[in-house]
Design a protein around this ligand. Sequence first.
Ligand code: GLC
Length: 424
Amino acid sequence: MRWIRAAGRGLLVAMIVLTGYAASGTAPGSRAPGGGRGPMTLATAGDLTGYLGRVLDGWNRAHPGERVTLVELPDSADETRSQMVTDLRSGAGRFDVLNIDVAWTSEFAAAGWIAPLDRARFPLRTFLPPVVGTATYGDRLYAVPYVTNAGMLYYRKDILARAGERPPRTWAELERQARTLAPEYGLDGYAGQFLPYEGLTVNAAEAVYSAGGSILGDEGERVTVDSAAARTGIGFLARGVRDGWIPREALGYTEEESRRAFQEGRLLFLRNWPYAYAGASGEDSAVAGKFGAVPLPGTTGPGTSVLGGSNLAVSRHARHPESARDLLAYLTSEPVQRRVLSEGALPPVRAALYEDPALVRRFPYLPALRESLLTAAPRPKSPHYEQVSLAVQAVAQDAMAQHQTPAAAVRRLAGELAAIARRR
Ligand code: GLC
């Protein structure tokens, strides 16, 4: 249903884009003299909750000469990236403002595809501290944080309560409950996003970080992954598949398949982003009112989530960069950030909203999410981030499929990352 809606919206958006160009009289790629003001496009990954168009209507009403047209790209992080990169590389300039996954910011900055920004122009001090780091590269600001994200552990409150158990805070507790309790109730134990794509990089990095390890240091120049902690982290995921408390079909899950498995009542535990909360609470959900969300577990206590989300950047080829920068300020203003949460069900970057009593009543997971966000760690920064991510996914996949031991997989990853670092 969601997919059909999204596809329909995509077509509509494509039509608007075409007519938008005709109306503005500015050919894609042509720069206004002096980098002034005028209409623009905003490219984004699929707007799953369908709120962004309404937010942009507000801007368009107030700025008739600087109208923004939404270009919705596919839902998956990887496909969105490839369409953006094709456009940026060719210099075609179809996209003026880019809503980029936080993971890609350093790569886009290093390649010179996005323009540096003046820090003083944006309310960075009002943001949750960890998010600002995702928007910088080499000490310069290249984007403005717009939406943030942290993984949470969704659990079946009804089942844990019946069994007299509390939601797990450590992997040992999660493993025990997933192994023993889930089968008693005819459920699978645990799933995350384990298909090889950016989501698996996230899940593997979280496992490594939650065991106290890291992957890369110094913006990609130092390889730090070859550690006992990384072996423990990858070992946790591999053991889950081997011992059956991670179902084999989860090896093909992205966010949406894993959300559906939980929502249809097939899973005791799920790692997912906060957007899944809305779906699992919906009328068509088998688990509405029967689940809760807590920070991800780790080795000795709460673990470490990867910091997700997206940053807004201005393309080097932007037709009207002044208008583009104003749009960034608008989208990070307090009223719009409030709508990111209340209408988009996405985690805003403004810190104060997490302590707003009315919002906390409506989104009961906000305190757990805030805790996860404040301790979340970014993905490795590297000018070759795509290759880094592909290497992480490949070894996590092999370890989970039992093709390689966690120790051998981590050693291989260290070697591959060192080769990527030498490519600078
Ligand atoms: C979410 C996160 C993003 C991450 C992606 C992985 O969209 O916000 O940062 O890369 O999931 O699938």
